[in-house]
Design a protein around this ligand. Structure first.
Ligand SMILES: Cc1ncc(C[n+]2csc(CCOP(=O)(O)OP(=O)(O)O)c2C)c(N)n1
Ligand SMILES: [Mg+2]
Length: 546
């Protein structure tokens, strides 16, 4: 006889899930038993937050759903920060959690059953797009399929799947139960709407393309690049879409709008085409960028496209398909060579300014770029070096930079890199501060045991450097922001992981980093250094927030 857990795992296998991240409890052991006999690799993590961060890392690296499995109550609750980050970043993660035995549940009453919460699904409600609660073991295969499909269906976001523990071990017969998920038809703009877009662009002279996470998740890089060439328009990206056009596309600005030279492209534009963006606050300096004269938004979710700026026209649908359809209707404007030269000059100007104002930080960016091969996935945590990479690292292609912006979730870098490294898309390099790394330093054990190809960089400035800066900026003395560092290299070595420490973030750092990444096995690189925050961080924004 088949168990509910076997049906659940069968559903995951049917969608080709290669890896799941989890931590066992007495409530979910039946799932462990089913996983043991499956094709799915179970990565046992040391804290449930890592299960979801790693699932998110897998999702960001591949575009496919990442799967996390926890036990009831505290195990489920431990994932919430990570699930919130995945939600804010539009990452397709499936969180599978058990609940107390269905026969012991009395609705609305906390009885004191092991791990009981009065309403576990309610904890997840603000950070998932859908909650699926299974009430019959026979539904579990369909429930798994539906959860995986719902998570990736645009706009992608986490899905919560809850299974009372007794259903996992119950003998079960597959029943359709939930409606079988089908391919959801996305809407597509009418000919009239596309014509109207052409008209709006026709009457404009200075065009700008703005691409966000929706463009990345729709694999619309080629389509966005083709539109930009057709219009001879520069392309700005949000953090989520960094790398969309790769290093060298002629229309890619490759610098953040927080630099005045780059922001000027927005101010001067008389028409903006925004693709897959909700114009988040961290990119727009909390909307201090003005409403464009004309704004056309391409978005699978018209409400998301319209909540922060007011589009003259929304073309609703898949970013790739709609962008391609629009491009086909547009005449070639010419002038891409001139644009490319202008953007070269602009980047040189920005770089010159950064070199004058932040020489150590530019040296770090250069040292990092020289060491990291194009195929590597860079995972930047909420730390000052992470902010520099998030804004200014030249990202080799789509899905090659993960940045928690998003929710601004400190501590996500190292655990998220576990999933990114196991995605088979290249080695992962996480960059954390001394504060953020300690959130999940127990995962050194996971990384060692599973031989996950991660290079974890820790930039140790002896404290919460960003908060130290915030206090200084406010004219206050440092308080509660200095930290005593452990010997991170010795810590890593105690887990059996190769580690070394360097001073500064220059040549010695670069050489060590290159060597570690090439070694293709877990390693830790500690750099003792302190950087100043970049112009992309909110206390340094050049525009005055409205
Ligand atoms: C979950 C969470 N808690 C707290 C913060 C606030 N926070 C942002 S940056 C930061 C300091 C991080 O210190 P560290 O990792 O050492 O990096 P550094 O700023 O020193 O470069 C803190 C506490 C946050 N963003 N997320
Ligand atoms: Mg620090």
């Amino acid at each position: 006889m088949t168990s509910g857990a076997e049906l659940l795992v069968r559903g995951l296998e049917a969608r080709g899930v290669p890896v799941a991240f989890g931590l066992p409890g007495v409530h979910n052991l039946a799932a462990w038993k089913a996983l043991a006999g499956s094709s799915i690799r179970l990565i046992g993590v040391r804290h449930e937050q890592t299960a979801v961060y790693a699932a998110d890392g897998y999702a960001r690296a591949t575009g496919r759903a990442g799967v996390a499995i926890t036990t009831t109550g505290p195990g489920a609750a431990n994932t919430l920060g990570a699930t919130g980050e995945a939600w804010a970043s539009g990452s397709p993660v499936v969180v599978i959690a058990t609940d107390i035995p269905s026969g012991l549940r009395r609705p609305g009453v906390y009885r004191g059953v092991l791990h009981e919460a009065t309403d576990q699904a309610a904890m997840f409600a603000p950070v998932v797009k859908e909650s699926i609660r299974v009430s019959d073991a026979g539904e579990l295969e369909q429930a798994a399929l539906r959860a995986l499909e719902a998570a990736v269906a645009p706009p992608s976001r986490p899905v919560y799947l809850e299974v009372p523990t007794d259903l996992l071990s119950a003998a079960a017969e597959a029943s359709p139960g939930l409606a079988a998920p089908g391919e959801r038809e996305l809407s597509f703009p009418t000919d009239e709407e596309l014509d109207r877009a052409v008209e709006l662009l026709d009457s404009a002279e200075r065009l700008l393309v703005w691409a966000g996470g929706g463009a990345l998740r729709a694999n619309a890089g080629d389509a966005v690049g083709a539109l930009a060439e057709r219009l001879a328009a520069p392309v700005l990206t949000t953090y989520m879409a960094r790398g969309l056009l790769g290093h060298y596309h002629r229309c890619a600005v490759g610098m953040p709008p927080h630099m005045p030279q780059v922001g000027a492209l927005w101010d001067e534009a008389d028409a903006v085409v925004a693709i897959g963006s909700d114009f988040d606050g961290m990119t727009t300096q909390n909307w201090a960028m003005s409403q464009p004269q004309r704004l056309i938004a391409i978005n699978v979710d018209p409400a998301d496209a319209s909540k922060n700026y007011e589009p003259d026209l929304v073309l609703a649908g898949d970013a790739r398909a709609v962008t391609t359809a629009l491009t086909e209707r547009l005449p070639e404007r010419g002038g891409v060579d001139g644009l490319a030269r202008r953007l070269d000059d602009l980047r040189a100007d920005v770089r010159g300014q950064l070199e004058r104002e932040h020489p150590d930080e530019v040296r770090f960016l250069d040292a990092f770029a020289a060491a990291v091969p194009d195929e590597a996935i860079v995972v930047a945590d909420m730390c000052i070096p992470g902010y520099w990479l998030g804004g200014f690292h030249s990202v080799s292609g789509p899905r090659k930079l993960a940045y928690p912006m998003g929710w601004g979730t400190l501590g996500y870098g190292f655990p998220l890199a576990i999933g990114a490294a196991l995605a088979g898309a290249g080695p992962a390099v996480s960059v954390s501060g001394d504060g953020g790394f300690l959130y999940a330093c127990g995962e050194l054990a996971t990384v060692a045991q599973e031989r996950v190809p991660i290079t974890a960089v820790i930039v140790d400035d002896g404290g919460y450097g960003m908060l130290r800066f915030d206090q200084r900026h406010a004219g206050d003395p440092p308080f509660g922001v200095d930290l005593e560092s452990p010997d991170f290299a010795a810590l890593a070595a105690s887990f059996g992981i190769q580690a070394e420490t360097v001073d500064g973030l220059g040549d010695e750092f670069s050489t060590a980093l290159r060597r570690q990444i090439r070694a293709d096995e877990p390693s830790v690189l500690v750099a003792r250094a302190a950087l100043e925050p970049p112009p992309t961080t909110s206390p340094r924004w050049y525009r005055r927030p409205r």
